[in-house]
Design a protein around this ligand. Structure first.
Ligand SMILES: O=P(O)(O)OC[C@H]1O[C@](O)(CO)[C@@H](O)[C@@H]1O
Length: 551
């Protein structure tokens, strides 16, 4: 297989990047009044404006050539038909099957996974209805009022992000809580006000081996048993979502309370499976289905549209352009709707755990930049915190601005103020303001020479900072499903172009293994394996101060 840097499109892009670095988007806009029409894409419910990137017709056409030369379409086909494209774990990658409306069988290792998915959806729906309608009762015969999801990473971020995003659509049949941190402070505070008779725990863990989740689940179980004095209470208060039934049963969860996921669903893409159970419990099953349908709409678009009109493909190409060719080191995710306040954390895992890698499929060291670090938070809060850096630091941070046309919670004047900021920021990041304009402005305000000379350089905004704007018609289950699926496919395409195994996460293993050893040392009050002198002394200090060990 041809190394990426030797592809004709790659070489052209390297040359174009050298040229484009000296251009300003202001000039590109001035030269082409059709720029918005050319570089934006509207799907039902969703608009992407990518015209505020350092691109022109030629750049885009070479980027599309890159998508073709790297066989994105063929890889997409392989993923969707269940080829084992997660090569290092020898697994298929089929999160799309979780939301597929087609009833056509899809075979993986001789099993029809369409039927498996359907049967879990049926099981989920029945369970959700029982709980929400008050037919699922706790050990003392009371209805469930509170759901506590215990899980971390993909078994937490997806459902929690969606629960927050769709709060408006909840009828508050149940109250949702999420425990992910093994710091006891979280679970203690969450359980404190709850009544054990009315709480249902969901232990969400694909592997059912994640230490933090199992410890939190054990604490929850003890809390329940010490209140109920009844071990059989567990069957009424604990369900699990896992691909490791055996461990869940060993833990004490009844067989019939276990919802399946499968090894062909990556943790960070698992929101659409029973990992989304908290969302379904909170919103009702029909709204959970609407979320899946929205994602399926995006899947269909991803499959059918040519690269030039394909939203996830365009998003991926721009990210490769900004990072690998123009040298950006990070990318900001800046949602403006309050309800999307967890989106950047969610995408952080989705993108960085998928593509934060530096060897190719073949295990060769890659000599080009792969993905940027993803960070961000609510844009409107960011404006008063880190936007200074976005506007004037000497690091260019491409950013995705995400907002909605219609507020789901309209309050007079608020949405216009929010969106005025939304539009103003991408404009300011792009156009900037030069010294001449600043001096003229200061003069017009009656300022004089020494002051103007001293201050003007500090007020210069160079602009030329790339942004994508994603405008949703409104935040609802289907549109949110589309948005998340668009990012999932973007990540996939990026991985293909950069030749990265996007669906494993070996980088998390080393730390996990060491933590397990150190945990034993902390429990025993002594060090048993050799560490570097920094780690060793930190452990000793901890043991000394906590009174748990000798130094
Ligand atoms: O669902 P599990 O198996 O508990 O894993 C939780 C998370 O931990 C990771 O494996 C990383 O350690 C993620 O990929 C995953 O989403």
């Amino acid at each position: 297989m041809q190394a990426r840097p030797s592809l004709p499109s790659w070489q052209k892009l390297t040359r174009l990047a050298g040229e484009k670095k000296h251009q300003h988007m202001n000039d590109l806009f001035a030269a082409d009044s059709e720029r918005f029409n050319k570089f934006s894409l509207e799907l039902p419910g969703l608009l992407l404006d990518y015209s505020k990137n350092l691109i022109d017709d030629e750049t885009m056409s070479v980027l599309f050539a890159l998508a073709r030369e790297t066989d994105v379409a063929a890889w997409r086909e392989k993923m969707l038909r269940g080829d084992k494209i997660n090569q290092t774990e020898n697994r298929a990658v089929l999160h799309t099957a979780l939301r597929r409306r087609s009833e056509q069988p899809l075979m993986v290792d001789g099993e029809n996974i369409t039927a498996q998915v359907q049967s879990q959806l049926v099981k989920m729906e029945a369970f959700v209805n029982q709980v929400r309608q008050g037919h699922w009762l706790g050990y003392s015969g009371k209805r469930i009022t509170d759901i506590v999801n215990i899980g971390v990473g993909g078994s937490n971020l997806g459902p929690q992000m969606v629960t927050e995003a769709l709060k408006h659509y909840s009828d508050n049949s149940v109250n949702m809580h999420y425990v992910s941190n093994v710091d006891g402070a979280q679970i203690v505070e969450i359980l404190r006000p709850l009544d054990p008779q009315k709480v249902l725990f969901i232990v969400s863990s694909k592997t059912f081996t994640t230490t933090e989740t199992l410890l939190n689940a054990r604490t929850a179980l003890n809390w329940l048993i010490s209140a109920s004095f009844d071990e059989t209470a567990v069957a009424k208060h604990f369900v699990a979502v896992t691909a490791n039934k055996e461990n869940a049963v060993k833990f004490g969860i009844s067989q019939e309370n276990i919802f399946d996921i499968w090894d062909w669903v990556g943790g960070r893409f698992s929101l659409w499976s029973a990992i989304g159970l908290p969302v379904a419990l909170d919103l009702g099953f029909d709204k959970f289905k609407a979320l899946l349908d929205g994602a399926d709409n995006m899947d269909r678009h991803f499959v059918q549209a040519p690269p030039e009109q394909n939203m996830p493909v365009i998003m991926a190409l721009l990210s490769v352009w900004n990072t690998t060719f123009l040298g950006a080191k990070s990318q900001a995710i800046l949602p403006y709707d309050q309800t999307l306040h967890m989106l950047s954390s969610y995408l952080q895992q989705a993108e960085m755990e998928s593509n934060g890698k530096s060897v190719s499929w073949h295990g060769d060291e890659l000599d080009y930049a792969t993905v940027p670090s993803i960070w961000g938070q609510l844009g409107i809060n960011g404006q008063h915190a880190f936007y200074q850096y976005l506007h004037q630091s000497n690091n260019v941070v491409p950013a995705d601005f995400i907002g909605s046309v219609t507020s789901v919670t309209p309050v007079k004047g608020h949405h216009e103020t929010l969106m005025a900021n939304f539009f103003a920021q991408t404009q300011a990041l792009m156009t900037g303001v030069n010294e001449e304009e600043i001096c003229a402005d200061l003069k017009a305000k009656g300022r004089e020479a020494p002051y103007i000379d001293a201050v003007a350089p500090h007020k210069v905004h160079k602009g030329n900072r790339p942004t994508n704007t994603i405008l949703l018609k409104r935040i609802d289950p289907a549109t949110l499903g589309m948005l998340i699926a668009a990012y999932e496919h973007k990540i996939f395409v990026q991985g293909i172009i950069l030749q990265i195994c996007s669906f494993d996460q070996w980088g998390v293993e080393l730390g996990k293994g060491l933590a397990a050893k150190i945990q034993q040392e902390l429990q025993a009050g002594e060090t048993r394996v050799s560490h570097d002198c920094s780690t060793e002394n930190l452990i000793h200090y901890y043991q000394k101060v906590s009174g748990g060990g000798a130094v």
